[in-house]
Each structure stands twice: as C-alpha cells, then as structure tokens.
Design a protein around this ligand. Structure first.
Ligand code: ADP
Ligand code: ADP
Length: 227
C-alpha cells in the first residue's frame, strides 16, 4: 500500500502578473521506504509539490492522502499535529539558531511535546550520535563545519521520529565530499525505514535514490532523453 497518494493535485497562485498554474492535476503514489528524487528545471513546480506533500501548502484542488489520512481535510490544529507526527523538513532556508548549541537546536521540535526535559535531551543526544556528532553536541553552529551544521539540521528533522523526510536541494550548497556524506547518512536512515523525498538538480545524486520523478511545467513527465 502507498504511504503517500497525490490525487489530481492542482495548485494555482494568483499574483500581480496573473495566474500561475504551478501544479496541473498531479497524480503520484509513494511507497513506505522509498528514497525519491524529485527533479525538474527551475520554476517547474518542485518546491510547490514538496510543500504540498509536506502539509505546508494546501492545493487548489485535489487530495493528499498520507497513511489513509486526508491531510488537507484536517482542521488547522490537527494539521499542525499531523506535521509534527509524520514529517521532518531539511530546508535550506530553515537554518540553525546561532545562539543555541547543536543539542538545543535538535531539541527544538520536542519543546512542544509533554516529555520531561531530561528525556528531550536524551532523545536529542541519541540522534546527534546517529549523525556522528555525539561529541560536538555542546558546540554552537558557528563552531561546526558546513557539513556538520547540515547534519545537525538532519538530526533536528528526525528527532521526532517522523515517517517522512522532505529535503529541498539538501546538497545544493555543499562540496562533493560533504554532499556524499549527507547522501550516505540519508541512505542509512532510509535503510532504517525512513521515507525520503528530495528535490535535487544534481544528476549525480540519482545514484543514491530508489526512484526519480521528473516534473516539467507543473506536469509529471518521463525522464528526459540524454543528449
Ligand atoms: P521550482 O521549485 O521547480 O523552481 P516552484 O514550485 O518554486 O518551482 O514554482 C513553480 C511556479 O510557481 C513558478 O512559476 C513560480 O514562479 C510560481 N510560484 C511559486 N511560489 C509562488 C508564490 N508563493 N506565489 C506566486 N507564484 C509562485
Ligand atoms: P509549529 O506548530 O511548531 O509552529 P508547524 O506545525 O508550523 O510548527 O510546522 C511543523 C514543521 O514544519 C516544523 O518542524 C517546521 O520546521 C516545519 N515548517 C513549518 N513551516 C515551514 C516552512 N514554511 N518551510 C519549511 N518548513 C516549515
């Protein structure tokens, strides 16, 4: 059974220069445990689709079903609960808070839970160890390398044990060695059962994923021909 079902999803933005149809009747099913790459040219609708899939951006029409839940039929409060329970984001614009340690940054998503502080710390420490930063938990972001900061962001995204991780161009600003380390980490997490959906421009990243989906002008398209 599919974990995620996108049914006839359309997204229209209205702006100063008219109406943009960012997504046009998209249908897509994603199974639990997939590591999916979402590819396509700039402006093709990748970020819009990712935000719709993550419960952040209601479609103009159509449905998103995750684990049998009609996500956008949920009341706003339940939708927020749903996001906290099911999804984690590794978005470039979602950077670490500079005056908090790595551990405190990772604890942020736990703050709204009713778990005791001690348990929150232990959970955050466990995921920092998982991403190889157990010994650097008390450092501030500017005392960590770019790749390490990235791993802190991943630790923060997975600390709630979400079923799905959404990553928007996670290797975009990384050198190739750091990018490879990040993809290796994703692969380990994916083998542990996490479903990962990653927007990427980089064809080299395709070696790591279980499937690639292409989008063009808001329509899912077949893989482009090599030229
Ligand atoms: P990609 O991630 O592939 O670059 P986007 O999903 O960001 O594509 O954008 C798809 C189309 O929707 C583009 O034409 C873009 O200009 C438009 N768009 C995206 N977000 C908005 C918004 N908030 N308001 C108006 N238009 C938008
Ligand atoms: P909160 O209830 O703590 O304000 P939300 O329910 O708004 O959080 O968001 C749930 C998750 O989605 C959070 O982990 C947050 O990091 C992420 N998130 C919310 N809005 C955005 C956004 N515009 N871009 C990227 N991630 C977001």
């Amino acid at each position: 059974m599919s974990l995620i079902k996108v049914c006839e999803v359309t997204k229209t933005y209205k702006g100063g220069d008219g109406v943009v149809e960012a997504l046009k009747a998209i249908n897509l099913e994603i199974a639990e445990g997939e590591f999916l790459a979402l590819m396509g040219p700039s402006g093709s609708g990748k970020s819009t689709l990712l935000s719709v899939l993550g419960g952040l951006n209601p479609p103009t029409s159509g449905k998103l079903i995750i684990d049998d839940i009609d996500v956008y039929a949920l009341a706003p409060e339940r939708l927020a609960d749903f996001r906290h329970e099911y999804v984690g984001f590794v978005f470039q614009q979602y950077q670490l808070i500079p005056y908090l340690t790595a551990l405190e940054n990772v604890m942020l998503p736990l703050a709204i839970t009713s778990r005791p502080g001690k348990e929150q710390q232990e959970m955050a420490h466990t995921v920092l160890e998982k991403v190889g930063l157990g010994s650097k938990a008390l450092r501030l972001p500017n005392q960590l390398s770019g790749g390490e900061q990235n791993r802190v962001a991943i630790a923060r995204a997975i600390v709630n044990k979400p079923a799905i991780i959404f990553a928007d161009e996670p290797t975009g600003s990384l050198d190739s060695k750091t990018a490879t380390e990040l993809l290796e980490l994703f692969q380990v997490l994916n083998r542990d059962g996490l479903t990962i959906i990653m927007v990427t421009h980089n064809k080299e990243n395709l070696a790591w994923v279980s499937r690639a989906v292409y989008i063009r002008d808001g329509i899912l398209a077949p893989a482009p021909q090599e030229s």
